[in-house]
Design a protein around this ligand. Structure first.
Ligand code: AHR
Length: 328
């Protein structure tokens, strides 16, 4: 039995070595923390699907280096199974803290229990899990995605205030099962349902990527006789959709109003240029707070169960002002 367990642990450790991408202290095969005072953090990232994700990875890597934390970074390439393998490997290496941004919301209880049994604290970043047992992780730092969806809906309601004609909306959803896709959809729907003139005529995943956003928008343009509004769950899908709209001979931002979420530099540039109408911000700069939390957790201090990110919204005029200082 013991032999079997050791073999599984070794296999896990080797697997994360293969999955590991860039990052500070990327020595996936070495022993973890415990020996000296330096904190070792195992971090499993979703992938590199969007501009937001690239900025988030940079923030985590730079903040770990600045905080003197040894980061073992693993890129899951959008797959939950890769994240589970990486977490098992971090447990085998006895890192001090495990942090990860879950690709999807469900299916984490078993591996989180393994980390808890091994006495390794877990911090969720960016996205949460739907586990009922909140003792499986120490804290969750990230945005309120339902609120983001609501903010998108509220802008739309205001934009069409006093008008009675039907408003046909197409929606580009994020990765199926991911917290931001579920919550941004729910928050938006909750706000617009108050007025029956708003109708979501088509809604499909664009996987949070520019390529899929473009492809799905092309299909929407072919299948839908009248599209008034596009609601995209992130900037990248919105930017891909803009290419499709322009290729179809329509003017994005005018013929079709566009609302997106994130406010990365490319999105803000399109907003300032009038091709997007409104962006709800979602901040990827979670690194500094994550490193602070890791230090507190390692020191045995109590941390808040939920750490909320501060965010705003941008109109076209506000984007023009903010753009020169936008770092990501
Ligand atoms: O979880 C955050 C979301 O994931 C971002 O809004 C999106 O761009 C990313 O891929």
């Amino acid at each position: 039995m013991l032999k079997k367990w050791s073999a599984a642990v070794l296999a896990g450790a080797l697997a994360v070595g293969a999955l590991a991408g860039c990052g500070g202290g990327d020595d996936a095969g070495s022993s973890g923390g415990g020996g000296d005072d330096k904190i070792t953090m195992g971090f499993s990232q979703v992938g590199a699907e969007s501009g937001w994700r690239t900025a988030n990875t940079k923030s985590i890597q730079e903040s770990a280096a600045a905080a003197g934390i040894d980061l073992k970074f693993s890129d899951a390439q959008g797959k939950q199974e890769n994240q589970i393998k990486a977490i098992r490997s971090f447990i085998a290496q006895r890192v001090d803290v495990i942090a990860f941004s879950p690709v999807v919301e469900s299916g984490w209880d078993t591996v989180l229990k393994e980390a808890k049994d091994a006495n390794i604290p877990v911090i969720l970043t960016d996205r949460s899990v739907d586990s009922q047992d909140k003792t499986l992780y120490k804290t969750f730092i990230g945005s309120d995605f339902v609120l983001e969806g609501k903010k998108a809906g509220e802008w739309l309601v205001k934009e069409y205030e006093g008008k009675s004609d039907p408003v046909n909306i197409v929606e580009l959803q994020g990765t199926p099962g991911a917290a931001p896709a579920n919550d941004r959809k729910a928050g938006f729907a909750e706000v617009i349902k108050a007025d029956p003139k708003f109708k979501i005529v088509a809604s499909q995943t664009g996987q949070f990527t520019r390529t899929d956003g473009k492809e799905v928008m092309e299909a929407f343009l072919k299948s839908q006789p009248k599209i008034d509004v596009l609601y995209a769950h992130n900037d990248d899908m919105g930017l891909g959709a803009i290419e499709a709209i322009e290729a179809a001979g329509k003017k994005p931002g005018t013929d079709i109003k566009i609302i997106t979420v994130d406010a990365v530099k490319d999105g803000m540039t399109a907003l300032a240029a009038g091709k997007i109408n409104y962006i709800v911000e979602c901040s990827p700069l979670l690194g500094p707070q994550l490193m602070d939390l890791a230090k507190k957790v390692k020191a045995g201090e109590t941390v808040e169960q939920r750490v909320l990110t501060q965010e705003t919204t941008f109109t076209q005029e506000q984007a023009k002002t903010a753009l020169p200082d936008r770092k990501y």
